[in-house]
Write a protein that binds this ligand. Structure first.
Ligand SMILES: CC(C)(COP(=O)(O)OP(=O)(O)OC[C@H]1O[C@@H](n2cnc3c(N)ncnc32)[C@H](O)[C@@H]1OP(=O)(O)O)[C@@H](O)C(=O)NCCC(=O)NCCS
Length: 184
């Protein structure tokens, strides 16, 4: 059984000409020899994965059992959850992560769409192109999986960041609605 959330051979099937691979994942010598990109692993609970997410939003107290239960649930939904992480392999530390969720549709001839969620690079590792690597990888995976579109929500100040990858505001459909439920 694979040690990762999804088969990392997928990286070999996407257009990552600029990337170098080794057995652990994708290497980025131009960014730092100590950094690799790979799918989320069950071991990442001990490598600070949740602490990185905490830099994005409230994570709360998630026990190892809760983490593993959610991880295995996602893994069993084969083809739905693509969580990628960047690890500093000298420090055994997760320093960035982003999620692609694939939604199965009936429309557009039973097509699929992607949603990018939970994009974060740890503060000490920002401005080294890691955000760029995360988003371009998820875009390439989405294309490989035949998504007809990918969407995300972001704050106004990040519009220029995402526009770099071809994301645009939908001119005729700019109402993003949400209803939140109070947690008990
Ligand atoms: C947004 C975030 C993921 C960017 O990661 P990063 O690794 O620092 O970004 P990169 O170094 O890859 O930047 C790539 C490009 O985007 C630009 N960029 C990065 N952050 C930006 C910002 N906040 N606003 C505008 N441009 C930005 C960079 O200048 C760079 O441009 P260049 O290629 O012309 O030099 C990171 O700042 C972060 O985790 N922020 C906190 C969490 C967050 O807001 N997540 C996004 C939720 S939607």
């Amino acid at each position: 059984m694979s040690a990762f959330l999804f088969d990392k051979n997928l990286f070999h099937q996407i257009d990552t000409n600029a990337y170098n691979f080794n057995s652990e994942g994708i290497l980025f010598p131009e960014v730092g020899k100590n950094l690799i990109l790979r799918p989320l692993s069950a071991d990442d609970y001990d490598k600070g994965f949740l602490e990185v997410l905490q830099e994005l939003t409230d994570v709360g107290n998630v026990t190892r059992d809760q983490f593993l239960s959610r991880y295995h649930y996602m893994k069993a939904c084969d083809g739905s959850y693509y969580i990628i992480v960047i690890e500093d392999i000298i420090k055994n530390l997760i320093v960035g992560s982003a999620t692609l969720v694939i939604e199965q549709k009936f429309i557009h001839e039973c097509s699929v769409r992607g949603r990018i969620e939970d994009v974060v690079v740890s503060q000490n590792y920002q401005k080294k192109n890691l955000g760029k690597v995360l988003i371009s990888t998820l875009c390439a995976i989405s294309e490989k999986l035949n998504c007809y579109k990918i969407t995300l929500e972001c704050k106004d100040n990040l519009l220029p960041f995402y526009e770099n990858f071809g994301f645009k505001k939908e001119l005729n459909n700019s109402n993003y609605l949400q209803k939140r439920f109070n947690k008990s």
